[in-house]
Design a protein around this ligand. Structure first.
Ligand code: PLP
Length: 390
């Protein structure tokens, strides 16, 4: 009667959603302030004033048809040009509007890239720990996701395992840096080694960079990957940087240098069409163009990350120091990360098992929450750790 696969996807709750719902129920019982919900990656830093002011001004002064009407599928031409120039100013590139396809956030951007590239039997490779939706998105386009095993010492890349998984079926490789859930930023050395391996394959394997956390990096450089490898597609989103996850706005960069630009850009447009993307929200296209290049204040995330990291280390947890995004990915205190997260619930600490991200034995704590909540959670993490020692 219905597609069993779609039914399964639509009704099977993700672990994160289940934890979140548990938190809502507990909040009703014990009070919101007594729940320490580290489960969701929903930015808590308010949308910058310059973004809200731009939205208000556009709504008040532009012709309604320009704000609310359709744009052409790849996006408003002036917006594309403005964003391209802003990227050029940052990375010394030479993009024009024609290199950008404006999307409804990063989820749409990466899915459009997957669909644009995938042919039956293709494989896509990504690196654990990874954003779990990749599997859903890759499978939705009839391809298979292969996952390189994690490298827990620094959450960079296990190149031996990567080489093992590379095959004639590999169509593209997906990287996410700064990373959800590990907080790692791939170093220049990592990107250079990764792209050297791809170049040595002697055929066009695409590199898809999923970069919604690009601006959330704490004192480290996030390498600009197209300068290392020509067949790179960059997927960007304003969800995290401008705290706009509900507004659905981002873009894909297709550099001139990719093998057969016209074909790739055409396939991106075709994929967006099939996915009924139509166009990214018109108002938000105008807003992000107005705000292009404006810097954001990441100190609240940096402060939260440091507070939580120091607190967990003091409590006896092991954790690679995160360099970006707003997640910590410590080792769970027992091998079974699901059992660990269940036990943490006794203290109303809501954490996500690492197995959900392809890295069992770890857990994710999203620190995009109130600093005060983190402060009050630290004694509970300490008691949880003591619980394991007793
Ligand atoms: N990619 C990663 C790694 C993410 O963490 C997220 C959201 O959390 C997305 C993509 C989706 O972002 P967007 O809201 O822009 O669709």
């Amino acid at each position: 009667m219905v597609s069993s696969k779609m039914y399964e996807l639509g009704t099977k709750k993700s672990t994160i959603r289940t934890i979140f719902e548990f938190g809502r129920k507990r909040a009703a019982q014990v009070g919101e302030e007594n729940i320490f919900d580290f489960s969701l990656g929903n930015p808590n830093v308010p949308t910058p004033d310059f973004v809200r002011d731009a939205a208000i001004e556009i709504l008040q002064t532009y012709e309604p048809a320009k704000v609310h009407g359709y744009t052409v599928a790849p996006g408003n031409p002036q917006v594309r040009e403005t964003l391209a120039q802003s990227i050029n100013a940052r990375f010394g590139t030479h993009f024009a509007g024609k290199n950008l396809f404006i999307t409804s956030g990063a989820a749409a951007a990466i899915t459009i890239c997957f669909k644009a590239l995938a042919e039956p039997g293709d494989e896509f490779i990504t690196f654990a720990p990874y954003f779990p939706e990749y599997k859903v998105f890759v499978e939705s386009v009839g391809a298979e996701l292969k996952v390189v095993k994690p490298r827990p010492t620094d959450w960079q890349i296990d190149f031996d395992d990567f080489q093992r998984l590379l095959s004639p079926k590999t169509k593209a490789v997906i990287i996410n840096s700064p990373n959800n859930p590990s907080g790692a930023v791939y170093s220049k050395e990592t990107i250079a080694k990764l792209t050297d391996i791809l170049k040595a394959q002697g055929r066009n394997i695409f590199l898809i960079c999923d970069e919604p956390y690009r601006e959330l990096a704490y004192g480290v450089e996030v390498p600009w990957v197209p300068s290392f490898y020509k067949d790179t597609l960059v997927c960007y989103s304003y969800s995290k940087s401008f705290s706009l996850p509900g507004e659905r706005i981002g873009y894909i960069v297709v550099p001139d240098e990719v093998a057969d630009f016209d074909k790739i850009f055409g396939a991106v447009a075709g994929a967006a069409r099939v996915l009924t993307h139509v166009n990214a929200p018109s108002l938000w296209q105008l807003v992000v163009a107005r705000c292009a290049g404006k810097s954001i204040d990441i100190t609240p995330y940096e402060r939260n990350g440091k507070l939580l990291y120091d607190g967990l280390i003091a409590a006896g947890f092991e954790c690679v120091k995160p360099q970006g995004a707003f997640y910590l990915f410590p080792k769970s205190l027992e091998a079974d990360d699901y059992a660990f997260c269940e036990r943490a619930k006794k203290y109303d600490l809501l954490l996500v098992p690492g197995a959900d991200f392809g890295a069992p034995g770890y857990f994710r704590a999203a620190y995009c929450i109130k600093t005060e909540t983190i402060e009050r959670s630290l004694p509970l993490f300490k008691r949880l750790a003591e619980d394991y020692r007793s």
